[in-house]
Design a binder for this molecule. Structure first.
Ligand SMILES: NC(=O)c1ccc[n+]([C@@H]2O[C@H](COP(=O)([O-])OP(=O)(O)OC[C@H]3O[C@@H](n4cnc5c(N)ncnc54)[C@H](OP(=O)(O)O)[C@@H]3O)[C@@H](O)[C@H]2O)c1
Length: 253
């Protein structure tokens, strides 16, 4: 699938995985509209790339008006939206009864609501175009059942997102829409840098480029192929499942 000249909306571009995605998409000649809260960081990123057009939009993905403005900007500047990369995300690692209530809201709105709402806003355009590809940076944690302790809100929302993406693909397949869920294992980014117990493992974590390579692999498939789910999991970390066993023992024992 030739990617040069396509237009992509990318959220999470100021973070670890999103930044790597921007780099790989730029190398493919894809023009981009980036949406994040940290405008200066987006501008710094934009300055690194030539040969493609990159627009930046200040966007809090938890707010509908900001998401609408992001999509509107892409339409106004490029006249189309070929690709949506949902990559914004937050983490919150607590025993559930101690989890800050505002974190539950933040994780829901950032990691689930924004993905679904941006899919809604762009699916309408993609249906008209009879072409589009939505890629969600989901998580390897969806492969762990039951969801790991201290991550049940994060993981259960990722499971919901996985389910949503599969349903979206089958609902819109015949309108030319492709949907791909990427399941990265634990990756070295600012997000994992903030997690307890993982800092000592940083050197063994996957690099963000791995998830970004999976994104490009998905986008490059022929028109009659949709890689619905791609899991890229850690090979060398000591834990045995796609997520870290953060203090799996019960704290009362
Ligand atoms: N790192 C991992 O081990 C790992 C593994 C599996 C899946 N994932 C998933 O991959 C995605 C990216 O994670 P990452 O590790 O790259 O995280 P990160 O480095 O912490 O970056 C987070 C990104 O999300 C954006 N963001 C957060 N809240 C936002 C909001 N309210 N509005 C707009 N943007 C917001 C941030 O932008 P601003 O702060 O500039 O707004 C930043 O670009 C997430 O969905 C995460 O769950 C990560």
């Amino acid at each position: 699938m030739p990617l040069k000249g396509k237009t992509a909306i990318v959220t999470g571009a100021t973070g670890g995985i999103g930044r790597a995605v921007v780099e790989k998409l730029a190398a493919e000649g894809i023009n981009m509209v980036l949406g994040a809260r940290r405008v200066e960081k987006m501008e710094e990123l934009k300055a690194e790339f030539s040969g493609v057009r990159i627009e930046t939009v200040k966007c809090d993905v938890t707010k509908l008006a900001d998401l609408e403005n992001l999509v509107k900007t892409a339409q106004e500047r490029f006249g189309k939206v070929d690709i949506l990369i949902n990559g914004a995300g937050v983490s919150s690692q607590y025993p559930f009864w101690q989890q800050p209530k505002e974190d539950i809201e933040k994780v829901m709105y950032t990691n689930y609501y924004s993905y679904v709402m941006l899919s809604r806003l762009t699916a309408e355009i993609m249906k008209e175009q009879n072409f589009g590809h939505i890629v969600n940076i989901t998580s390897g944690s969806v492969m762990v059942d039951p969801p790991p302790r201290n991550f049940i809100v994060y993981t259960s929302l990722k499971v919901a997102l996985r389910s949503f993406a599969k349903g979206l693909f089958w609902e819109m397949r015949d309108f030319g829409l492709k949907v791909t869920s990427i399941f990265p294992g634990v990756t070295q980014t600012p997000l994992t840098g903030r997690l307890r117990d993982v800092s000592k493992e940083q050197g063994r974590l996957m690099q963000p480029e791995t998830a970004a390579d999976a994104v490009v692999f998905a986008l490059k498939q022929p028109a009659n192929v949709c890689p619905l789910e791609l899991a890229v999991i850690n090979q060398r970390t000591p834990w045995k499942k796609p997520v870290i066993p953060f203090k799996q023992e019960h704290p009362d024992k």
